[in-house]
Design a protein around this ligand. Sequence first.
Ligand code: NAP
Length: 326
Amino acid sequence: MTEDTFYDLIIVGGGPGGLSAGIYAMRAALKTVLVEKGIHGGQVTMSDEVENYPGFTHISGSELSMKFSEHAGAYGLETITDEVTAIEPGLDCHTVKLAGGHELKSYAVIIATGGSPRKLGIPGEDEYYGKGVSYCAVCDGFFYRNKTVVVVGGGDSAAEEALYLAKIAEKVYIVHRRDALRAGMILQERIKAECRIEILWNTVPVRINADESGVCGVRLKDTQNGEERDLDTDGVFIFIGFHPNNELVPAGIRQNADGYVVTDEKCESKLPGIYAIGDLREKYARQIVVSAADGCTAALAAAHYVENKKAVPETCEIPAELLQRE
Ligand code: NAP
């Protein structure tokens, strides 16, 4: 790319939402580019097993991502590997600035930047990240063969990752702050049936303990009686939800108290021609299939928006000859 370029649609983010938007946009003959700073697939690439995406009873997250990417590629979707540093809304068109120095312009922008793991915010978490603290069992589980690990959280992610780790580690403790898991029933049944997993109810970690070689334990607190104790562990995997990656969302776009973008049913934000999809958007269920559906919705809506934009003259100035008539 040697010069700034004008597109019908720019998609920011290459997860399931962004790639699905790309497929629908290409099928709608929009001149489209997708910008992604890392590998395509987003968070799903970190999932060991995906069992709830229709059409696949069992597929790995990385394989599903590859299929999305290949599907979009088959329609000739242009992609740029770069970091978006700003999205600047305009009246006639929007500007997307890249870290590499280029500026892209388009009638419509779909923001599909997903979310990131939420942190506990306890001593040792940042210091020992990569030295025993992890947010991805598929990435780091390998290092804990026949060892003891702690999984923090009680949702689907914690349950799935604990089950994955139970195939590698000797012992997996799930540390959960309440007396019931939030995870779906199928996962709960599997957890109950896995003898290597033990759940520590009504418990929260308050500190991660480490020695010169990294994490060696975790300080736990009983949420009911306040008692604290140390538990030896080789690793701490944290799955307590995530927060939306909303740093690029332009000012003027409405977000809820948790930072999720509020859109209408077309996934369109308060700013015309700017859409938010997937885990960035306020919604009931954050699932791969929902992100893909958002991508479809936003791309179809963007196609309609772009069509109208092209049909309307660039300027709203009244021709001089009309002004002169009585
Ligand atoms: P989640 O459903 O929000 O669960 C977060 C868990 O962490 C909850 O159990 C919560 O406890 C606990 N937690 C939150 N803050 C905490 C803190 N400060 N200290 C200790 N514990 C804390 O997040 P998730 O599991 O990452 O899932 C996110 C979304 O993705 C969900 O909609 C989920 O269904 C979906 N998901 C689906 C699948 C799948 O279907 N295959 C897989 C992964 C994720 P409480 O229960 O007490 O609130």
